[in-house]
Write a protein that binds this ligand. Structure first.
Ligand SMILES: C[S@@+](CC[C@H](N)C(=O)[O-])C[C@H]1O[C@@H](n2cnc3c(N)ncnc32)[C@H](O)[C@@H]1O
Length: 359
């Protein structure tokens, strides 16, 4: 067996500059987001030779956006619906912005039929104020009337980011937001005020890199994808139950599709939706899932983001990737995640890895 190639990582100050477009990315508070690791990831990508790239677990979309800004043809995918809205608006969309007529349509639409008032009927007393919930229902009436899918995705991305900013700690695990007030501006603004700001933010994020970029929503094993390079940032086997994406963000996932096709758990206090299965989240299935993942993309250069507090361990993953790639290198960097309590802060200090399989 070949020895591990631990490459020395340059300090942030020595890294090359991120592409300027990154300044316009509307940062989304997302568990496991690689936002703070971007300079390091950017440097690693710069060493590799590729034109087309798949971001198979796109999450907040920030890595896809980086790759787009680097001039690559990007294919973003995530199994959840709302991450795919974020990449539709910022990555697949090369030119479409909302104009004043679009805003007029959105802000003057009104939910009239009972089934158009689903959000207020379902979440009153749980999240936001009743008026804000009606605003969301009304907005959806307007979004349905939009003929351009990209316009709708810009509007949706704007309301998704509004919804997470307006929610205490950006989590939908507990109800009764009025009890949790820390004076932050984000909690003081109404959803409508946020929305107007976020439309500007997402309009500003739109740019073309001259490539036909795309996005999809699906299980990594079911969606047809392939490219010169595949970047993989799957979820980790959770240390605690609250690592679950649906538990944290179920409201955003529902809002992205007006809860169509989603199963509401009426017995849950916060009206969660049922959790989709992913083999990456369980000790019993994770190793096989990684093996299948590397096999699926064996013809591409593989780049896997991983960390020292996750299962399986680095050595296992390196061996698994080595089944499909002759050269496997590991880049390493110490990183502190900002999710969790102060008590958990120590646990949140982890070694981040980029496991890179070439040839
Ligand atoms: C660690 S996050 C990705 C974070 C992202 N790289 C970023 O910087 O924001 C993992 C993502 O994998 C998605 N996911 C989980 N299981 C999946 C599967 N089987 N297929 C595709 N995506 C999946 C989750 O919805 C989540 O968004």
């Amino acid at each position: 067996m070949k020895p591990l190639a631990h490459l020395q990582i340059p300090l942030i100050s020595e890294t090359t500059e991120l592409p300027l477009a990154l300044e316009n990315f509307p940062r989304f508070r997302y568990m496991g987001s690689k936002f703070r690791l971007l300079p390091w990831i950017h440097d690693a990508f710069q060493e590799l030779d590729f034109d087309t790239v798949t971001d198979a677990f796109s999450g907040s979309g920030v890595v896809s956006y980086l790759l787009k800004a680097m001039g690559k043809q990007v294919r973003a995918n995530d199994s959840l619906a709302f991450p795919s809205v974020l990449t539709a608006a910022t990555v697949a969309n090369n030119a479409t912005r909302l104009n004043n007529d679009d805003l007029d349509l959105l802000l003057n639409s009104k939910a009239r039929k009972s089934d158009e008032k689903f959000i207020r009927q379902t979440f009153e007393g749980i999240f936001y104020t009743p008026l804000e919930l009606s605003f969301l229902d009304d907005l959806w009436v307007g979004m349905r009337e939009m003929d351009s899918p990209f316009k709708r995705s810009v509007a949706l991305a704007a309301i998704l980011r509004s919804a997470i900013k307006r929610q205490p700690r950006g989590l939908f695990t507990v109800s009764d937001p009025e009890r949790y007030q820390d004076g932050r501006r984000d909690l003081k603004l109404t959803l409508k005020q946020h929305f107007l700001e976020q439309v500007e933010a997402y309009n500003a994020a739109v740019f073309s890199n001259g490539k036909r970029n795309s996005c999809s929503c699906g299980d990594v094993f079911e969606v047809k994808m392939g490219s010169d390079l595949v970047y993989m940032d799957p979820p980790y086997v959770p240390l605690a139950d609250d690592n679950c994406y649906i538990k944290r963000y179920h409201f955003l996932e529902g809002l992205a599709c007006y809860w169509e096709g989603k199963e509401l758990m009426m017995s849950s206090k916060v009206r969660k939706i049922t959790k989709p299965f992913t083999p990456f989240s369980y000790r019993s299935t994770a190793i096989d899932a990684f093996d299948r993942l590397f096999r699926k993309f064996a013809d591409s250069t593989l780049v896997l983001s991983y960390s020292s507090n996750a299962f399986p361990d680095l050595e296992t993953l390196r061996k698994l990737m080595g089944r499909y790639k002759r050269t496997v290198e590991v880049l390493e960097k110490t990183h502190r995640y900002h999710f969790g309590t102060h008590a958990a802060a120590k646990r949140n200090l982890v070694e981040e890895y980029l496991i890179i399989g070439t040839t």
